[in-house]
Structure formats: structure tokens, C-alpha cells
Design a protein around this ligand. Structure first.
Ligand code: FES
Ligand code: FES
Length: 156
């Protein structure tokens, strides 16, 4: 069965025919060509596929296309378009918070939600905000350093 899906993707209105049961990770990567979002476990455990849906971090491997109808979706490809996103990108580079890079898109999207949340973000809060995102390379310290830097001077 094909369904016409209407949603906003990185600020652009989309009207797209697709199987409503198609996983969102496959919709993004294979049909939209947005390969920044990574699939690690495919079972909701690693956070590599984190995207924002109406501003909330969601796991694209656990969602189906029909759940996006009428929603606003942001992927890692949107980061360079906003000041807060560029702060995150720059901080990850400056702190060497990327090694293999597989976890990075999910980490950055979770970070974006934190920056926008208005919550005070000390290192404990940053670790808590990233607790659903696993990294096998960095040991997390540099990632927390990067998010802490990105949060500095954020008007919350
Ligand atoms: S790929 Fe979605 S949580 Fe691991
Ligand atoms: S940088 Fe390799 S998994 Fe995080």
C-alpha cells in the first residue's frame, strides 16, 4: 500500500508517496538521500539514528513513515543551517569529539535538543542528555567538552 506522506524535512515541505510502514531510517537514507543519519543497532539501543521530530529526539530505526505525517523532522544535515547547529559542529571539531564518526550525527542531534531545551546544562545534565547515545571510540569526555562549549553563551 502506498501512502502520500506530508511532512517538513529540514525546513522544506515534503509530499512523498511511500509505504506507511517503511522505517524512517530507510525513508531518510534510501528515499530522501540523507545518509547523515546512521543505523547502528537497528533496535533502539545505540542512538546513532537520532533525529528530531517536532523538536524532540526520536530514534529513526524505531519509527515508521506514517508517524511523520504533519510533523517537522530535522536531521544532521540541517545543522549547518542554524547558528546553534553550527556551534555544535564547530565544538565537536575543536574538541576532537569525533573518531570513527558513526555516533556523531546522533550525538549532535541530541545535543541540539539540549541546547534548545532551556534547561541548565552542567556536565551532569549533558551526560544525562546523551545517555541514549553510545560511542565506542571517544570515552565521552571530549563529546561532553564539545557540548559544554556549544552551550556557552547560548541564550537560555
Ligand atoms: S540504529 Fe537506532 S538506536 Fe541504534
Ligand atoms: S566516534 Fe566512533 S562510535 Fe563514537
Amino acid at each position: 500500500m502506498t501512502h502520500r506522506l506530508h511532512f517538513t524535512l529540514n525546513g522544506q515541505a515534503i509530499s512523498h508517496p511511500c509505504d506507511p510502514d517503511c522505517r524512517v531510517i530507510d525513508l531518510l537514507r534510501e528515499q530522501m538521500g540523507l545518509t547523515g543519519t546512521k543505523e547502528g543497532c537497528g533496535t533502539g539501543e545505540c542512538g546513532a539514528c537520532t533525529i528530531l521530530v517536532d523538536g524532540t529526539p526520536k530514534l529513526a530505526c524505531l519509527m515508521v513513515a506514517a508517524q511523520l505525517d504533519g510533523k517537522s523532522v530535522e536531521t544532521v544535515e540541517s545543522l549547518e543551517k542554524s547558528e546553534e547547529g553550527r556551534k555544535i559542529l564547530q565544538a565537536f571539531v575543536e574538541h576532537g569529539a569525533v573518531q570513527c564518526g558513526f555516533c556523531t550525527p546522533g550525538m549532535e542531534m541530541a545535543s541540539l535538543a539540549m541546547l534548545r531545551s532551556g534547561r541548565p546544562l552542567d556536565r551532569m545534565a549533558i551526560r544525562s542528555g546523551l545517555s541514549g547515545n553510545l560511542c565506542r571510540c571517544t570515552g565521552y569526555v571530549k563529546i561532553v567538552d564539545a557540548v559544554a562549549q556549544a552551550c556557552k553563551g547560548t541564550d537560555r
